[in-house]
Design a protein around this ligand. Sequence first.
Ligand code: FAD
Ligand code: SF4
Length: 454
Amino acid sequence: MHERITDFSEVEQVLNSEDRMLQASRCMDCGIPFCHWSCPVDNLIPEWNDLLYKGDWKGAYMRLAATNNFPEFTGRICPASCEHACVLNINQEPVTIRENEVAIVEKAFAEGYIKPEPPEIRTGKKVAVIGSGPSGMAAADLLNKAGHWVTLFEKDEKAGGLLRFGIPDFKLSKATVDRRFDLMIKEGLIVKTGVNIGKDISGKEIAAQFDAVCIAVGAMHPRDLNAEGRELNGIHFAMDFLSTQNRVNNGQIIATDNPINAKNKKVLVIGGGDTGSDCVGTSIRQKAESVTQIEIMPKPPVDRADDNPWPYFGKVLKTTTSHEEGCERFWSLSTVKFIGENNQVTGVEVEEVEWVYKDNHHSMEVVPGTRRIIDADLVLLAMGFVHPMLEGLLTELELELTQRNNIKVNANQSTNHQKIFAAGDSVSGASLVVNAIASGRKAAKEIDRFLRKV
Ligand SMILES: Cc1cc2nc3c(=O)[nH]c(=O)nc-3n(C[C@H](O)[C@H](O)[C@H](O)COP(=O)(O)OP(=O)(O)OC[C@H]3O[C@@H](n4cnc5c(N)ncnc54)[C@H](O)[C@@H]3O)c2cc1C
Ligand code: SF4
């Protein structure tokens, strides 16, 4: 661990091949494979586990690649609902499916049987994909492989979406993202970075130039905390903190110029989810004096509750490697106000809350007399994202939205404009890489069907 917390690069190591095959041998090829049922991209888990067990690594990769464009991402950072649903998880000892997945794809890269395979025939149709996160990547990859000319537009200086600028390097090395883009570009994908559609080029112009458009702009509007003192210096959105560190790791910003640095600071992370955990790990690597994470919801149980049985995703206490690296965690704490001196935050007043179930819904009640102050000179707001950024592209195209302000699509993922489709977090709201890939794949199939008709 001491070595790990001084290093911003990837933590997880792939097990040796023998151990992987041994793990695969634990898969029982169940009559009803609940693992497959719970995987959002429908990975054929028992099939590739069996091939892996028999030592047919290439065969295992072919089965894996049939349903998942980017197993090197999901194999590293997927919460692995498959393992929650594994029959062996009834005894809390699931097959290590996610680790098998990454081992299979890494072997495929190492042995050279993943190589550029441009389509043999081009259809002559042109598709624009806007946004280069996992949903845009998956849509672009399938559409390119189907023979359409695909241009992927990205407003940031590098492609990859949250894989690049949200998820820290210690969870996902950016070399892994570059490797996949190199491959897709060699297969004929055109990637244009630093182009904000809706600003640099209008969405209407893109729609006029291309036969179909896939919008995959993510859900980047962060949830704010409008408590007293919010304007104080030292309070930042998690994404501003994380993306800056990723740019430092990438050499795009010099470490000493990093405007949001946790070094020697008392860091308070507000929000108990994955983004919050990533802020914890990053703060520890930046050598924070202390790191505290608070969450308004109650502490999850260590074991499944009665109303959360197998094979559903277990809503249990999650302790990440970042938490293990040294952080204090508190639950059922609500933020009352930010406290400061000379315009700089110095602490956050919090109070305990209780969650009660009445009138068919859970509501929060303050526990009187529990107010206290947590010292903090850097506060990171990691309370999730509310919806896609509306100004710019979405407003310009007058896209119909859902009640939650996500892009409204019909069953074939098309928007209120016939040739404009949408995918990923911009449709579902903030979610997971695996769901974004699944959504991008579905959009690509629908766009391909649409293009073959027109
Ligand atoms: C800190 C953090 C950690 C996470 N950790 C995990 C994890 O461990 N496991 C997991 O499964 N999920 C994780 N997630 C969630 C996951 O990253 C997202 O669900 C996923 O990236 C969504 O993919 P997407 O393609 O829909 O959008 P995004 O990845 O958000 O990509 C959207 C892209 O569109 C670009 N864009 C937006 N507007 C325009 C425009 N007008 N013109 C051009 N480009 C535009 C953006 O710059 C961005 O690059 C994490 C999220 C965060 C924030
Ligand atoms: S993508 Fe996620 S849910 Fe599917 S097999 Fe891989 S780890 Fe499991």
